[in-house]
Ligand binder design. Sequence first.
Ligand code: AHM
Ligand code: MG
Length: 344
Amino acid sequence: MYVVRDQMHDQIITIERHIVEQERRYPQATGVFSNLLYDIALAAKIIAYETTRAGLVEILGLAGRINVQGEQQMKLDLFANETMIRMNSYTGRLAVMASEEEEDIIPVPEEYGIGKYVLVFDPLDGSSNVDVNVSIGTIFGVYRRKSKQGPGTLEDCLQMGRDLVAAGYIIYGSSTMMVYSTGQGVHGFTLDPGVGEFLLSHPDIRMPERSKYYSVNQGYEQYWSEGVRRFTWWLQGMDREDPRKPLSGRYSGSLVADFHRNLLEGGIYYYPAEATKPEGKLRLVYEAIPLAFIVEQAGGYASDGQRNILDIQPKSLHQRIPLFIGNLELVKKAEEFISEYDGQ
Ligand code: AHM
Ligand code: MG
């Protein structure tokens, strides 16, 4: 495992230490926000522990109920959802939460105190991959509450990406990693399962300028617009006016895994609007906005094909949106094709 050491003192940097050091830059900080990030990291460790045992316990299989998106929900989704809620409900740090797996906002019990932050999350993204041992993830975003007092409200959860104070994801893959940003760059930590700590392994992640991959579900090409189809040909080097070296295709069916690969290696992930899904598939609040924040911090860009995702005001909790995310040049190119061929 590659662990970054502080050369002067030869120290290993844990996520706790990193969060505290980031907080020191704000003399007025009270520590509440740092503790909220620890709470999320702890929830991530618990989910990681269960996901890596998924083949061993009877947790596999369908839980037999349908989630609010109308999709079958797997047991591990429920476990991840409940873990995120339980680890964050009683801390007094949050005013309200919202989860991709819950129809309504999740209030925090008032007797434990109402805090000033808001947490939105997709507890287990890519869960169709659980049974086949492909990487899955958790995505989260943190806002300051907008409402002045009392329990947090729906409006607190429907904020624009520009208002995020932190966002991140956890990927449960060949190792577990937590990647987060508080608006001061993007930092990645690898979980050492032996000591149970996230250790800084990828400081200050920047997207490479040269891209290697494109990630899209090409099986749905027949449902794409002309612009999206032509953009894909361009990525494949088949545009006669602008022939280029083709990118390699990589698509796992796990947004977090595909996003993470492209963040480190350079590339673009897209889930466009389709004839059968004109709104796209991904959720603005839980998936598109937090990852848009991360990608921008790493020098990339996220768009719905026309607009910066971070400038879109969510209207409802489970709103879907087309998503193009990754290398700045590639996402801008997607916007150009869409504007030229789809008349948007
Ligand atoms: P989920 O949150 O229900 O897991 O859905 C989101 C997932 C993404 O991780 C992934 O990129 C996409 O849906 C895959 O969808 P499809 O199978 O249509 O390609
Ligand atoms: Mg998801």
